[in-house]
Design a protein around this ligand. Sequence first.
Ligand SMILES: C[S@@+](CC[C@H](N)C(=O)[O-])C[C@H]1O[C@@H](n2cnc3c(N)ncnc32)[C@H](O)[C@@H]1O
Length: 271
Amino acid sequence: MKETQLVGVQKTLSPVLKAKALDNRLPDPILGDTYAEQVMRRLDPGYDQRRFGTSQVGLAAVVRAKAHDDWARSFLAAHPDAVVLHLGCGLDARVYRIDPPATVDWYDLDYPTVIELRERFLPPREHYTLIASSVTDPAWLDRIPRERPVLMIAEGLVPYLTEQDVRRLLTSVVDAFPTGRLQFDTVPVWAWRTSRWDPSLRVYDARFHCGFNDPAALAAWHPRLEYVDEAPMNDSPILMAKAPANVRRLYRFLNLLPGLKRSVRIVRFRF
Ligand SMILES: C[S@@+](CC[C@H](N)C(=O)[O-])C[C@H]1O[C@@H](n2cnc3c(N)ncnc32)[C@H](O)[C@@H]1O
């Protein structure tokens, strides 16, 4: 099965998966995701024969995945009865990496084409449900049990939605559950505005539809929502500790430019 079945924004799952597969080949990986190489090979058997194959510049995306994993683990340790909404999951193996206890119900949501690939490439498990839907179709939320703490994870998804859709999503999740955490990442307004010319997105025929210079301010969208904190990405100590020297040099240089240092903001909120 080839990557070509995916269209537009769905194809953006591929570079992050490649980055995770390449990370797993490092002597001391950041994420150490053994599924990534396996799934990437099936998605695109020759993925590491092209130029990207020799580069580990995508490691910042792996740092982002690790930040989301670490936050999720700490929330689930405190709330073993939680429901997890992993939105825009792509082919990411988070549920297998975290391996939550059977008391947690985990939902992975993405477009039907992506979910079909997940069913082929990744094993089923107990207390784990796939939802084939656009996140913007409010009907999917009716399938989730309420009255339990919720953890919403949206990694690499929010910039592809309109601000109106993001607002509807966040407020409807807060309205639906008694308590919980929302963790996601955003891009600044300049990255959104210039995304139609960004070669790394054009290649996938995708672009961003929203950007926020102060993502913490999204807490104002709902009276119960409260900003918690932000995790570093391009300047993360773990990237500087574990990435190969050429990658560290590149990020040190990029991070001299404040706009690039915070070109992705990983944030979490509670309610
Ligand atoms: C950059 S990829 C990230 C995938 C995964 N979260 C990861 O980090 O590996 C973006 C993902 O969001 C999904 N996506 C984008 N818009 C969506 C929507 N409206 N509904 C559901 N999924 C969406 C895409 O299909 C894709 O899998």
